[in-house]
Structures are given as C-alpha cells and as structure tokens.
Design a binder for this molecule. Structure first.
Ligand code: E4P
Length: 227
C-alpha cells in the first residue's frame, strides 16, 4: 500500500517527502483554507505542490457545483502540471464532469465516497482514483472500515481497462485518523492511504522504537566514556 499525505501545507509535504516513502498528495478546500490560503492563490498554490512533488500524483479539488463548472475548473487545474489529478465529489454533477474530463485524458480522484455503489459508479464514469472515507463514519459511531471493505471488494471484482487514461482504478483510503486505520486499509488491500501529517508522524513513531533508541544512545555513551 502506498502513502499519500493529506494536506495543503508545503512544509508538511516537504518533510514527509524527505522521509523517502511518499507516493502522492491529496488536498481539499478545508485543508487549503487551514494554510491561510486565499482564493486568488489557490491555483498557484496547487502548482507549487505539484512542482515540489514532481512525478507524484497531486489531487486538487474543484470547488464548482455544476458539471460545467467542474469541467471548466478541472481543465484549468489539470493544465497546471502533468501530475495534477482533479478531485471531484461523487454526485450527479461530479460523475458527469468525471466522464467528460476522463474522456479528455484527465486523471480524476472521486472523493466523498461512502458506499460501494458510489465507488462503482465513479469507476464507470472514468475515475482513476476513488476515495472512500473512513474517519467520518467513525465520527458518527459507524464502522468506516467495513464500508471500506465493501468498496475494495466490489471495485477489485472488475477490470477497469479502457475506463480511464491508465486503465486502472486505485482506491485511496481517505479520512484517515489513526495508524490503525492504515493497518486495516492495508489488510483489506486498499492501494493507498492518504494520511494527515500528524497521523503520518504517529505511523512513523512507536513508543518502543523511541525506548530502543534511547537505550542504544545511553549504551553507546558508556562505550565512548570507557574508550
Ligand atoms: C481526502 O482526500 C479527504 O479530503 C480527506 O481525507 C478528508 O478527511 P477528513 O474526514 O478528516 O476531513
């Protein structure tokens, strides 16, 4: 399973990239707003992320509400850099825009997916990536992982050759809150987990690793002192 970072913060992206295991970035309007971003800077900011992560897929979400608006904004976003993936919500307008943009060779990440039928519709509309949300189910005391299991099993049942520019559909586990979400997603065979920076840090660190590092350091100090 690949790791994407779920943020619009350039410093967080640069740090996660420096670890050598980052495969992509996802952003959304709330994440962009959290960086203090202004509407006029949205596209230049997406371009900065795409340049920082050259060669890796960077999802930039359209904020339009009509199919026409999404198509127009999607073309603009996709034209910024070759690694930009246009993120669209799964709804009637989003599906129609996905079909139109996919037919033009644009890679689409269909977001706000909460059910297997939504995921199958997105794949049929030409989505390159499908983002089922896990944490938001947990927020309402429902089981996000079992919903993810349904999406993974249903999408993996079929061959999507010819449906989008790459002929494959990858599932991005989204709305990830904890390392356990990552583990469960990998056990289910989800292709990708997109993880916020703080949760990604929690995936890197483990108390026993920290304890091991501290004891190595103390033992090594003794060796140096005895020399
Ligand atoms: C990713 O593509 C989504 O925008 C993101 O994971 C949503 O996460 P949230 O439920 O924490 O807002």
């Amino acid at each position: 399973m690949k790791f994407f970072i779920d943020t619009a913060d350039l410093d967080e992206i640069a740090e996660a990239k420096s670890w050598g295991c980052l495969a992509g970035v996802t952003t959304n309007p709330s994440l962009y707003a959290r960086t203090g971003g202004k509407l006029a800077d949205f596209e230049p900011h997406m371009l900065k992320i795409a340049e920082l992560c050259e060669g890796l897929p960077v999802s930039a979400e359209s904020t339009a509400t009509t199919a026409e608006g999404m198509i127009e904004e999607g073309r603009r976003l996709a034209g910024l850099a070759p690694n930009i993936v246009v993120k669209l919500p799964v709804c009637e307008a989003g599906l129609a825009a996905c079909r139109a943009l996919a037919d033009e060779g644009v890679r689409i990440n269909m977001t706000l997916v909460f059910s297997a039928p939504q995921a199958l519709l997105a794949a049929n509309a030409g989505a390159r990536y499908i983002s089922p949300f896990v944490g938001r189910f947990d927020d309402i005391a429902q089981d996000g992982i079992s919903q993810l299991a349904d999406v993974v099993a249903c999408v993996k049942n079929y061959d999507w050759a010819g449906r989008n520019v790459d002929g494959e559909v990858e599932i991005i586990t989204a709305s990830v809150r904890t390392p356990n979400h990552v583990t469960q997603a990998a056990l289910l065979g989800a292709d990708i987990a997109t993880v916020p920076f703080a949760a990604l840090k929690k995936c890197v660190r483990h108390p026993l690793t920290d304890q091991g590092l501290a004891s190595f350091e103390a033992d090594w100090k003794k060796v140096v002192e005895q020399a």
